[in-house]
Design a protein around this ligand. Structure first.
Ligand SMILES: [Mg+2]
Length: 404
């Protein structure tokens, strides 16, 4: 049976929340930024976008384009709360909801659509509800798979509904740019452009064999995407394959090459990741660290764990051993720790006494930190460290971070 999928995408989400909560900002060009000095723009308002201000620009670049722009520091808790309120609204229409990011949701309404009339009626009701209850605008894309629903919500922006189905897909795709397809990033787009392929219509003309020759297995994926084929199901919240990895990263106030300082940050990040694993009842089989140099060159290195774990110290030791094997070429700007190969914790008690002591230590620290809002208790080596506020990641999800 043909599925009916909606993609809900909030319009200029962080900026809209700030404008809603501070009437002095309404109707003005604003940009939400991170709290540290070297931050970039996280979310420009539509008024600022009209001047050409875009996500990821520096403040300086934004000010050149729009001298009257107002910068507002991100308040992550507020956006996470708004996200949970949106989720409450969406749950009235179907239980099959995938939180794709803090302001994007996929809904599979195939089974519940008949209760409300039509996909269009549901899309209208969702937009109206979000607007009336939360004072925020959402755009909704309607189609028969996730790839196309996401494409459609982009067409619907701002503040609209777009239905992409078999009647109009050929016309719409003919002149649409290849990069409008979710999954075609900058590099792939550049390579396609070099081959003289700018539009999805042109990509459709390429034989799958030719694409495979150039792009390997991804060539077939590109061929499918150009033809609107996507078999990925909506992965509802809480389903077993929902969380693929759990990670945290931080951008430093100042780039650093100091091994001691980097180790401390690794411990802090490992603690955050470990606490999240334990809260979700998960254990990890692989630790990955992400490093971004001053020049923005970014890379990741991962290492398998001998046994699956949720223990902060084990995660930290692995992360540190990865870091010590890296010959740092430049000062580090950003550091991240991610645990992947996750599975449910089956038996917390181990055969080894030392593991049990660690288990109890982690459990006690988590309990105290949850009660007193973390971090009330932390490892001694983290004491005295300057606290840095973190901006919520766009791939934030209620149970971790999206990693697909
Ligand atoms: Mg959005």
């Amino acid at each position: 049976m043909k599925k009916v999928i909606l993609h809900i995408d909030m319009d200029a989400f962080f900026a809209s929340v700030e404008q809603r909560d501070n009437p002095a900002l309404a109707g003005r060009p604003i940009a939400v930024i991170g709290s540290n000095q070297r931050t970039v723009i996280v979310s420009p308002s539509y008024e600022a976008r009209r001047f050409g201000v875009k996500t990821s620009m520096t403040r300086h670049q934004a000010m050149l384009l729009c001298p009257e722009i107002v910068f507002v520091t991100a308040q992550s808790d507020k956006y996470a709360y708004a996200c949970s309120q949106i989720l409450d609204i969406l749950q009235a229409f179907t239980p099959d909801i995938e939180v794709y990011s803090i302001d994007e949701f996929f809904l599979d309404i195939t089974a519940t659509m008949h209760l409300f009339g039509s996909a269009k009626k549901i899309a209208e009701a969702i937009r109206l509800n979000i607007h009336d209850k939360l004072g925020l605008n959402a755009s909704v894309g309607v189609s028969y798979n996730k790839l196309l629903a996401k494409f459609a919500s982009d067409m619907a922006k701002p503040n609209g509904i777009f239905i992409l189905d078999r009647d109009n897909i050929d016309d719409v795709f003919e002149h649409a740019k290849v990069e409008q397809l979710c999954g075609i990033g900058k590099k792939t787009c550049q390579r396609l452009n070099l081959m003289g392929i700018q539009t999805i219509g042109q990509l459709r003309q390429c034989s799958p064999g030719m694409l495979e020759k150039v792009f390997g297995v991804n060539g077939l994926l590109l061929h499918n995407m150009a033809n609107g084929v996507d078999l990925m199901p909506v992965i509802p919240i809480g389903s077993s394959d929902h969380v693929k990895s759990i990670g945290h990263s931080m951008t430093f106030q100042q780039d650093t090459l100091q091994a001691k300082l980097l180790s401390r940050y690794l411990l802090e990040l490992s603690g955050m990741v470990g606490a999240r694993l334990r809260r979700s009842g998960l254990v990890s089989g692989c630790v990955r660290i992400t490093l971004r140099y001053k020049s923005f060159k970014t890379f990741t290195v991962q290492r398998a764990l001998p046994d699956r774990t949720d223990d902060t110290k084990k995660i930290y030791h692995t992360a540190r051993s990865i870091l010590s094997d890296i010959d740092l070429k430049e000062p580090v700007r950003l550091l991240g720790v991610t645990c992947s190969r996750l599975c449910q914790q089956s038996q917390p008690e181990s055969l080894f006494e030392q593991d049990n002591r660690r288990y109890k230590l982690n459990q006690t620290m988590d309990m105290i930190n949850e009660r007193f809002e973390c971090p009330a208790v932390c490892f001694a080596s983290l004491l005295g460290q300057q606290e840095h506020k973190k901006v919520i990641s766009p791939s934030w999800q209620p149970h971790g971070k999206r990693n697909y």
